[in-house]
Every structure is written in C-alpha cells, then in structure tokens.
Design a protein around this ligand. Structure first.
Ligand SMILES: [Zn+2]
Length: 90
C-alpha cells in the first residue's frame, strides 16, 4: 500500500454535496478498497449524511440487523462457554 499523496484532490460524486462538485482533498474521503482509486465516491460529509438518511429510512432494518447480530453473538458466546467447559473437563 502506497501513502496517499496529500496534494491529490477528488470530486465528490454526490449530487447533494455541500462542496458542489469542487475537488476536495483526499483526506475528506474514506477508504474504499473496491473503488478504482481506493477512495469512496462520496466525501465523508456526504457519506455520513447518506448513512443517517438511510438509517432513518430503514429504521426497521437497522433494528432487525442489530437483533440478529445480538442473537449471533449470544449463540457464539454460548458455544464458546461450552467449549470452555469441555476444556476444563466439566
Ligand atoms: Zn460530498
């Protein structure tokens, strides 16, 4: 991985961007390994705004996702506790 050139600038692809499509320093962009240049298409401000919007619009999905995550973790904890008991010879 090469160190990003701080002088490089990139335009945010979001049509609602506060920067209005002006080039911004790459430090305003998050890392995205699936993007060709290694940075997000949207600047951090837009990403945050979009994420907030998405969470608001998909509150039920967020809740469901959190629930299944908790259940998964619970199952995992239970499994590892069993393993621990086995290891202790109980
Ligand atoms: Zn933006």
């Amino acid at each position: 991985m090469t160190t990003p050139d701080k002088s490089l600038r990139k335009r945010c692809s979001c049509p609602d961007c506060e920067q209005g499509g002006r080039p911004q320093p790459l430090t305003n962009f998050g890392i995205n390994n699936s993007s060709p240049d290694g940075y997000h298409w949207y600047c951090k401000a837009c990403n945050n705004a979009k994420q907030k919007e998405w969470k608001k619009a998909n509150a039920d999905k967020v809740r469901a996702g959190r629930k299944s995550y908790n259940e998964r973790m619970k199952k995992r904890n239970r499994a590892s506790r069993k393993q621990l008991e086995l290891d202790l010879g109980e």
